[in-house]
Design a protein around this ligand. Structure first.
Ligand code: FES
Length: 104
């Protein structure tokens, strides 16, 4: 094994555990967010489904790295999607579509 730096500027993990957060349709939310993030930011960001993140009582849970930001009680709606897209673009150093969405 050897260590490498992350190939992504930022990486969002969304819990889709079927016994917890996944019961609130977080897998579909994650899939849609992943497609939009790829469309807006290209390959510099990554959105992935995750297993249980250990904060089940706060479902739905997501975490963003390397910012080390955690999001809990996520609602599976367009406002939360826009907010997460904005967070994904925060460190990319330019005005992003995500920021525009957040302002609505
Ligand atoms: S099931 Fe989502 S954090 Fe545990």
């Amino acid at each position: 094994m050897h260590e490498e730096s992350s190939p992504y500027r930022t990486h969002l993990l969304i819990c889709t555990n079927e016994q917890g957060c996944g019961q609130k349709k977080s897998a579909l939310f994650c899939k849609n967010l992943k497609e939009k993030a790829r469309e807006i930011y290209g390959k510099s960001v990554r959105v992935n489904q995750s297993g249980c993140l250990g904060q089940c009582k706060k479902e739905v849970v997501a975490c963003l790295y390397p910012q080390n930001r955690w999001f809990v009680n996520l609602k599976m709606n367009e406002e939360e999607e826009a907010r997460l897209l904005s967070y994904l673009g925060e460190d990319l150093g330019e005005k992003t579509h995500g920021e525009e969405l957040q302002l609505r």
